[in-house]
Design a protein around this ligand. Structure first.
Ligand SMILES: [Zn+2]
Length: 432
């Protein structure tokens, strides 16, 4: 394949946008509720049915060989993967997930799976003479669900979780063990370790995903390469005051844990206003009040803290500022505030060579070579532990996601698919 395929417009390979949009609509039939939202959580009937549809699409329309690993991750591989042309070349893997959050949107995950599908089909139809075989993946259970897991399939692929973890989860409502759901989806849950992949199993992993924020929408841009996936830091903050009678306790004798916790929440929100902490997202999303009765002054309050940034120095600075605010609140209000670390997951940079190829491919399609940090977690963060990984963000209309309003226009989808295809062509020539 010559350079002219990705340089000069005349030689470019064009994806079939109509086919891609039709498949998005077809996949959206599975689990669509009566107000347009998607209910396709891990292990649901809609999850099973949509996976069967995808499997037959890959088999019958792309001619791929489809296999399920022990975690029921769905792989689509070229049948001639062992021919001489591909000898010693590892695959370029592309994909995302087809499950959704409750009442979610049509594009989160689904777009990444179907765009990868379209890119592979277009390259096969055009008989592009690639050095690397292409492989598709649809990850199992990416979204948080009632089994209490997320990025499930990729966590096992990269070895973060093994048999012990998988055996320990069950559905919070039905009580069904996670292993049973995996078996229903075609996995082999008695042998999950067999799904684990060695470092360097592929030449690269690429995931296209909706941005789920509004940076691209506000700047009227279609795509961006993801520079890093955010680090996530979580702690539980416990405010201990003194429970007492709501009617008889004077102000000067009160040690109200909830009033103090309210000040803590505002101190957390204040971090978002500090210019030096730009790019830090911080949220208190869960509150438990004890005893939580209308005639008792609250004695204890538990708060969740979720702090995200791709910059470890900013994380440190945010925690320092918060620490001194909390110390001040505790002292002034005569309460005790304890902080318990729950999670300190470091940021995951995406591969520099993949980012460069995405930026170049975007520029080649007259789009700015923009980079963004992903403030949400993705399967690509797990894949980055194994192989050079990259993500292509595509504009979310209005920045909506995880809701029925989630939308991406055909125009941006088409550009993103072209950029993804051109990225594959660039990487195919550059990667060993
Ligand atoms: Zn997603």
């Amino acid at each position: 394949m010559g350079n002219n395929i990705v340089q000069g417009t005349a030689g470019k390979i064009e994806i079939n946008a109509r086919r891609l949009m039709e498949r998005l609509e077809t996949l959206a039939q599975f689990g669509q509720n009566n107000h347009g939202g998607m209910d396709r959580p891990l292990g649901s009937i809609a999850d099973e049915a949509s996976r069967q549809w995808l499997q037959s699409c890959w088999q019958n329309e792309l001619g791929l060989e489809v296999t399920l690993d022990a975690m029921a991750n769905m792989w689509g591989s070229q049948k001639d993967i062992n021919i001489e042309a591909f000898k010693h070349k590892k695959p370029i893997v592309m994909g995302s997930h087809s499950d959704t959050v409750p009442d979610g949107g049509k594009y989160d995950g689904a777009l990444g799976v179907l765009m990868a599908t379209e890119v592979v089909q277009t390259l096969l139809e055009n008989k592009a003479a690639l050095q690397h075989p292409l492989q598709l993946i649809n990850f199992t259970g990416e979204e948080p669900n009632d089994y209490g897991v997320s990025t499930l399939g990729s966590k096992v692929l990269c070895g973060r979780w093994g048999q012990k973890e998988i055996d320990s989860f069950s559905h919070s409502v039905t009580g069904e063990p996670l292993t049973k759901a995996l078996a229903r989806l075609g996995g082999a849950p008695e042998n999950v370790e067999s799904a684990r992949l060695p470092e360097g199993f592929a030449a690269a992993f690429l995931e296209c995903h909706i941005e789920q924020g509004r940076h691209l929408y506000d700047s009227h841009q279609a795509v961006a390469a993801v520079s890093a996936i955010t680090g996530i830091y979580r702690e539980t903050i416990v405010v201990k005051g003194e429970a007492n009678h709501a009617g008889t306790t004077l102000y000067k004798h009160r040690r109200d844990a909830l009033a103090a916790a309210a000040e803590v929440i505002l101190a957390v929100e204040d971090l978002l206003k500090k210019p030096q902490l730009e790019g830090v997202a911080v949220t208190v999303g869960h509150v438990e009040v004890s005893p939580n009765a209308s005639n008792i002054i609250p004695g204890e309050v538990r708060l969740s803290l979720d702090l995200r940034t791709a910059d470890p120095q900013k994380r440190q600075e945010a925690l320092l500022i918060l620490g001194s605010s909390i110390a001040y609140i505790a002292k002034r209000r005569g309460v005790e505030i304890k902080r318990n670390l729950q999670l300190n997951q470091s940021e995951i940079p995406m591969d520099a060579e993949v980012i460069a190829a995405m930026c170049e491919a975007a520029a080649g399609r007259s789009n700015p070579a923009r980079q963004l940090v992903s403030m949400a977690g993705h399967d690509a963060a797990n894949m980055a532990r194994l192989v050079p990984a990259g993500m292509l963000f595509v504009q979310s209309t209005g920045g909506y996601s995880h809701c029925p309003k989630e939308h991406t226009r055909k125009e941006e989808i088409t550009i993103a698919a072209q950029v993804l295809l051109d990225t594959v062509l660039l990487l195919d020539r550059r990667l060993s």
